[in-house]
Ligand binder design. Structure first.
Ligand SMILES: *[C@@H]1O[C@H](CO)[C@@H](O)[C@H](O)[C@H]1NC(C)=O
Ligand SMILES: *[C@@H]1O[C@H](CO)[C@@H](O)[C@H](O)[C@H]1NC(C)=O
Ligand SMILES: *[C@@H]1O[C@H](CO)[C@@H](O)[C@H](O)[C@H]1NC(C)=O
Ligand SMILES: *[C@@H]1O[C@H](CO)[C@@H](O)[C@H](O)[C@H]1NC(C)=O
Ligand SMILES: *[C@@H]1O[C@H](CO)[C@@H](O)[C@H](O)[C@H]1NC(C)=O
Ligand SMILES: *[C@@H]1O[C@H](CO)[C@@H](O)[C@H](O)[C@H]1NC(C)=O
Ligand SMILES: *[C@@H]1O[C@H](CO)[C@@H](O)[C@H](O)[C@H]1NC(C)=O
Ligand SMILES: *[C@@H]1O[C@H](CO)[C@@H](O)[C@H](O)[C@H]1NC(C)=O
Length: 818
């Protein structure tokens, strides 16, 4: 099973589960394409319209429809209906429109359609019928019968239809009618009403001459019916005596092309009475042809397609409307149309060959002139092109090549209300106030016209302008700030794709009626101008595809009150927890935002961009909390660190000095032989015994004693480090009970140990002044180790050991380091 089948089955099985959709409250229901084989009972009996197309009904029985007495329109297109029983429509018999398009109906019960007494429109397109002899004799209110794309071979209607008073449209397009004889049109003649008859795309090879004589029709469409050029010439002649308001003909069944031999090939038209004629031409004549002269009495002439090149001159009597569309004219036929004083509307468009323009002169009733899509190049418009055409209200010169305008160029077109020049290069419009004589102008389109607006008076005096489209042009400097100042009636302004980088907030200050503002596809970063108080009436604003990252809260608060369509999509929106106002506004105002699903928050990579409406504002609260927690933590750490630094400043300082010292150990000069670490309680012993014995002995030993040798004004720590520990070769530690209890002593001892940690020599000399419990020595870092190794001197009052003590001590101090 391939993917397509799978997806189809999924689609249908999902679809079948759904009930029908209500489109207007209790009136219109659509169940289209749901593979339903029954009418869901959930449908209320009051509905008026039911679209049940593309389902599976197969056989229409009375039981198919519930009683729906208000149902007027029923669409059963392509429901695979084959069989329609007699009483099939009994429950929906008030229908006015029944559409059965595309059902392969093989059986119509005689009473099936006939029960629909109120039916006005019956559509039996592509149902496989081969005759118009339908059992519809009771449908006396029938107005339209559409039976295109069947196998019908004769256009004769059943006789009972002569009593159908409102019958006005018979659509027989794309059947198999090849012959029309006088007795086929009897009923048309009898009805004698303004009927529309569509016979296009039938293979009509023969019309009996006079078959349409004295028949009145509203419209006859015989496009693509004649199998050949010759058949058309004969066929048109055979239509003599027909009186039709609108005749549409031309083109050939199968696209037959040929060369002209007979310049009078449309002669048959001269004996048909018509007012409007639409000629769909395919020919490419090899010589100038005359195809308009039988149209001389028409009020509307339209020629579409083919190659005409040059229009012939025809003294039309009453022509009001002329359309020449895609006929490859090489010249605008101003000369041929001039002095046709009844002409009101001229449409000459889509002539792809480059064409020149003849002047339009003396056409006092001309109101509507569409010359769009013609490749026209004109250096000076419009004084020479128009004269005596004071009524022109509509002029369309769009999609041409290049048109230049002069000051005063529009003086002959002072009534102009609608002027369209889009996608034609126009010269001097942004440069001189060439439009200033158009005081009635309501609609101006100069989009994509290669204009650079230089002059703030470009729209000078266009007081009545309602709609202004200047998309795809450029502005010099801040011209846009003043350009619109006097357009007080403007309601619709299109400035999309104008390369605008910024707009001054007062640019629209006088546009109090502005309702639609289109700034799509510029490079705007701000929309502050929307907060301008004069823009109260704005309902639609398009600023999609710009460079807007955010809109500040004060602008959002002053947006026009009735704004109902605001397109912000495709901008690089910056969503962050530091500015949630805008994102929150987007989430809350999706009802006025156009395509809110296309408003994306910009990230570093396009693939990571996400919808602004998915932005999780709650997470910002968490983020904020996290930020607070982190900062509290940080502050705590800083405080703690400062405290530690303060507390251990000596160690730190010492470390610095150590690092300094280790870097240059040789340069360290020692001013003392030994630094003595002791508790102040033991000062008496130190002064009386230690100092006496060492400093006054031979050789004298210079001791560093804190109370005597430390420099005043220096911190104790610095003194300990600089003078004591670093400034002495050896350290003498006087261990006593007090020493162990003193924090300062412990500190000094630890510092001392760390200095000599690198140098393994016995530079620390321990003196045990009094016995200390072993347990207590463990309190002092490293002391226990020294004591265990027995590398200490013990003080004793006994004179003999006393003597030995001093000798050993002296030796220990004097011993030099290796
Ligand atoms: C349509 O519905 C019928 C039953 O009503 C079912 O047999 C058939 O498979 C369905 N078709 C699809 C394409 O789902
Ligand atoms: C058609 O009209 C005739 C006469 O008015 C009537 O007898 C007959 O019942 C109608 N047929 C249907 C199907 O309504
Ligand atoms: C059209 O009608 C002709 C007879 O007039 C017949 O031979 C031909 O098969 C029909 N064409 C179609 C497509 O039914
Ligand atoms: C055709 O319709 C027009 C108005 O649409 C009407 O004036 C004219 O009388 C009608 N002609 C016939 C023959 O019914
Ligand atoms: C046009 O109308 C005039 C006068 O009504 C008539 O003499 C002439 O034959 C008509 N010409 C055509 C081509 O219908
Ligand atoms: C002018 O002609 C162009 C091309 O035919 C068309 O798209 C446009 O809508 C016309 N302008 C007006 C104002 O009707
Ligand atoms: C606007 O109108 C005033 C008074 O009519 C005029 O003086 C001024 O020049 C006009 N400004 C522009 C930019 O058209
Ligand atoms: C907004 O619309 C309402 C109803 O459409 C209208 O009454 C009101 O005047 C409008 N407000 C503004 C400022 O145009």
């Amino acid at each position: 099973m391939n993917f397509f089948t799978v997806s189809l089955i999924v689609y249908f099985s999902v679809g079948a589960g759904k009930s029908c959709t209500e489109t207007t409250e209790n009136q219109h229901y659509t169940c289209t394409g749901r593979n339903l084989s029954y009418i869901p009972s959930s449908i209320p009996s009051s509905i008026q319209t039911l679209d049940f197309s593309f389902n599976v009904l197969k056989r229409l029985r009375k039981t198919v429809f519930p009683v729906l007495s208000f149902l007027r329109v029923l669409d059963l297109s392509r429901c695979q209906i084959k069989h329609i029983e007699n009483d099939a429509f009994h429950n929906v018999r008030n229908l006015t429109t029944l559409i059965l398009t595309g059902n392969p109906i093989t059986y119509f019960g005689p009473g099936g359609l006939n029960s629909l007494h109120n039916l006005q429109r019956l559509v039996l397109v592509d149902v496989g019928i081969s005759s118009l002899q339908l059992q519809i004799n009771n449908l006396t209110k029938l107005q339209e019968l559409r039976v295109g794309t069947n196998n019908i071979q004769s256009m004769s209607l059943p006789p009972f239809m002569s009593s159908f008073k409102d019958f006005s449209l018979l659509d027989l397009h794309a059947n198999n009618i090849s012959v029309i004889k006088t007795d086929h049109t009897v009923l048309l003649r009898e009805i004698g009403r303004n009927m529309t008859l569509i016979l296009s795309r039938n293979p009509l090879s023969y019309i009996e001459p006079g078959a349409f004589k004295n028949i009145h029709l509203c419209e006859l469409d015989i496009r693509s019916v004649f199998p050949s050029f010759a058949a058309q010439e004969i066929g048109l002649k055979a239509l003599y005596g027909l009186n039709v308001k609108r005749l549409k003909f031309g083109k050939y069944n199968g696209g037959f092309r040929f060369h002209f031999s007979d310049t009078d090939y449309l002669y048959g038209l001269c004996s048909i009475y018509f007012q409007e004629v639409y000629y769909y031409i395919m020919e490419r004549p090899n010589q100038p042809i005359s195809f308009l002269h039988c149209m001389i009495n028409a009020t509307t002439v339209a020629v579409i397609g083919g190659v005409i090149n040059k229009m012939e001159y025809v003294p039309f009597r009453e022509i009001k409307e002329l359309h020449l569309i895609s006929v490859k004219l090489s010249t605008l036929p101003g000369k041929q149309l001039s002095h046709l004083r009844a002409l009101e509307k001229v449409v000459i468009t889509h002539n792809s060959a480059p064409i020149w323009a003849d002047a339009f002169i003396d056409m006092p009733n001309l109101q509507y002139l569409d010359l769009s899509s013609n490749q026209i190049t004109l250096y000076k418009c419009c004084t020479t092109l128009f004269s005596g055409t004071p009524q022109i209200r509509y002029l369309n010169l769009s999609q041409n090549i290049d048109i230049g305008f002069d000051l005063g160029g529009f003086d002959a077109l002072a009534s102009l209300e609608i002027l369209d020049l889009h996608r034609t290069n126009v010269e001097r419009v942004g440069y001189l106030p060439v439009l200033s004589s158009l005081k009635y102008l309501r609609y101006l389109d100069v989009s994509y016209s290669s204009i650079t607006f230089i002059n703030i008076f470009s729209f000078y005096r266009l007081k009545n302008l309602n709609v202004l489209k200047i998309a795809g042009n450029k502005f010099q400097g801040d011209v846009a700030r003043y350009l619109f100042n006097n357009l007080t009636l403007l309601e619709h302004l299109d400035m999309s794709y104008c390369h605008m980088v910024e707009l001054h907030p007062s640019s629209f200050k006088n546009l109090q009626r502005l309702r639609l503002l289109n700034l799509r596809g510029n490079h705007l970063m701000t929309v502050d101008f929307l907060a301008y108080p004069s823009l109260k009436q704005l309902t639609s604003v398009y600023v999609n595809k710009n460079s807007i990252t955010t809109i500040p809260l004060h602008v959002l608060q002053k947006l026009p009150a009735n704004l109902s369509e605001f397109d912000l999509s495709s901008n690089p929106i910056y969503c962050s927890c530091s500015q949630t106002d805008f994102t929150l506004w987007i989430i809350q105002n999706q009802n006025i935002l156009k395509q809110p699903e296309n408003i994306f928050c910009k990230t570093f990579s396009q693939s990571l961009d996400f919808r602004a409406t998915d932005f999780d504002i709650d997470s910002c609260v968490h983020m904020k909390r996290l930020a607070i927690v982190l900062s509290v933590f940080f502050i705590t750490v800083v405080v703690l660190l400062s405290f530690l630094v303060y507390r251990f400043q000596f160690y730190l300082q010492y470390c610095c000095i150590l690092l300094r010292g280790y870097r240059s150990p040789g340069q360290q000069e020692c001013s003392y032989d030994a630094f003595v670490i002791f508790s102040s309680y033991d000062e008496v012993w130190v002064m009386n015994e230690l100092m006496e014995n060492l400093e006054n002995g031979v050789p004298p030993i210079q001791l560093c004693l804190h109370m005597r040798d430390f420099q005043a004004g220096k911190s104790i720590a610095s003194n300990i480090i600089d003078e004591g520990i670093m400034g002495s070769r050896k350290i003498i530690v006087v261990v006593s009970q007090h020493f162990i209890d003193s924090a300062w002593c412990r500190f000094e001892f630890e510092l001392a140990q760390s200095r000599f940690m690198m140098e393994r020599n016995a530079n620390i000399i321990i003196i045990i002044l009094e016995d200390v419990e072993e347990r207590k020595t463990k309190k002092v870092l490293g002391l226990h180790k020294h004591l265990k190794k027995n590398t200490y001197l013990k003080w004793s009052r006994d004179p003999l050991s006393n003597m030995r003590f001093w000798i050993r001590l002296r030796k220990a101090i004097i011993a030099t380091n290796q």
